[in-house]
Design a protein around this ligand. Structure first.
Ligand SMILES: Cc1cc2nc3c(=O)[nH]c(=O)nc-3n(C[C@H](O)[C@H](O)[C@H](O)COP(=O)(O)OP(=O)(O)OC[C@H]3O[C@@H](n4cnc5c(N)ncnc54)[C@H](O)[C@@H]3O)c2cc1C
Length: 328
């Protein structure tokens, strides 16, 4: 894996996004003997399957747990169990088994990136088709990469912006994604809260003791704000967001919280798609483009895997057409 970027990347297949969708595609291509190249703007792997570390604390500030409903996702989790990268989190239960990654949520995707060329810290601002190739460029217009086939797996609003001008862009851009302010707090003592509180109609629909998950410890808590609350506070400076979120949490904890040893917040601009696209991926053989992501089908990690699998299935005919075009 590579960090930063200082050269033009040439590949047969470029995958934009090293989240669960992009790495599902990358791992599948790799298994089939391909050599995909993955680009991601962030420093880590896993996208919204994320864990933040600060001092001695750690917080899953994106996806909270994984609950397989279909065989594909269940098989992926089963394959990871022997390595200890995935364990059941019984408290999240509600009947069906739920799992978390160990030591953090992104442990799930790490094996998928094995042997795959991943360039991190590469923000793609635009992807344009010219002379039978995709040309990817950065925020200053600097050329970054080119390839006959592009698989775009970033959140819908970002994909629509990067692919501006492409015939599929308006359809992608029509899928809105809700934002989510997420609180990460460590306390000196247990707050007066159950390990998990689900309250869908409140300003904090999800509160959980992250430290209670397998392999974690301590009074580390994660709370997610509702989309409406987040929108109303979207531009709050981070420190103020922390205080506002702590105030909401305090209300829920009976008006009192123990001493806060660590408090931070993360603003997910594109957390989930309330009205997903409705098909597992989009494919345009004429331009060698596949567009995938959880938002095609829903807002859960399983949807990312299913969309990635669908992209893999759509790839062979599209890749054959693209290489014939670039050869001609
Ligand atoms: C707060 C929160 C809680 C959640 N809770 C759960 C849960 O409990 N259970 C569950 O199953 N799911 C949950 N989810 C959803 C789950 O995290 C996602 O469905 C899944 O991780 C999406 O994977 P993805 O690969 O489609 O997208 P992402 O993980 O978003 O990956 C896209 C990648 O593209 C990169 N990228 C974006 N734009 C660019 C660009 N211009 N240039 C380069 N790189 C770019 C990003 O850095 C990112 O790594 C939650 C999500 C959030 C935000």
């Amino acid at each position: 894996m590579k960090g930063g970027h200082d050269m033009m990347i040439e590949a047969q297949t470029l995958i934009l996004g090293a989240g669960l969708t992009g790495l599902t595609v990358a791992a599948g291509l790799r298994r089939a003997g391909g050599r995909p190249v993955v680009l991601d703007k962030s420093r880590g792997l896993g996208g919204r399957l994320a864990t933040r570390r600060a001092e001695t604390w750690q917080f899953d500030h994106g996806a909270q747990y994984l609950r397989p409903r279909g065989p594909e996702f269940a098989a992926l989790l089963d394959a990871l169990k022997p390595s200890g990268a995935v364990q059941a989190w019984d408290a999240a239960g509600e009947g069906a088994p739920a799992y978390v990654g160990l030591p953090g949520m992104s442990a799930l995707v790490r094996p998928m990136a094995d042997g795959v060329e991943v360039h991190r810290g590469v923000r793609v601002a635009a992807a344009r088709r010219a002379q039978n190739l995709w040309h990817l460029s950065g925020p200053e217009g600097e050329p970054l990469a080119r390839a006959p086939v592009l698989i775009c797996t970033i959140p819908a609003p970002q994909a629509a912006a990067v692919l501006e001008g492409h015939p599929l862009a308006p359809r992608i851009g029509a899928v809105a994604m809700d934002p989510c302010w997420t609180l990460m707090a460590a306390f000196a003592a247990p707050p007066d809260l159950p390990d998990i509180s689900r309250a869908p109609d409140s300003a904090l629909p999800w509160i959980a003791r992250d430290g209670g998950k397998p392999g974690r410890q301590g009074e580390t808590w994660v709370a997610q704000a509702a989309a409406d609350w987040t929108r109303a506070h979207l531009d709050l400076p981070r420190a103020e967001a922390v205080q506002a979120l702590l105030a909401l949490l305090r209300d829920r904890a009976g008006g009192h919280l123990p001493d806060v040893l660590h408090g931070d917040a993360h603003r997910w601009l594109y957390a989930e798609a309330p009205s997903p696209l409705g098909v597992p991926c989009l494919s345009d053989p004429d331009s060698g483009l596949i567009v995938a992501g959880d938002w095609c089908l829903g807002s859960r990690a399983e949807h990312a895997v299913l969309s990635g699998e669908a992209a893999l299935a759509a790839l062979p005919p599209l890749a054959a057409a693209a290489s014939a075009m670039s050869a001609g």
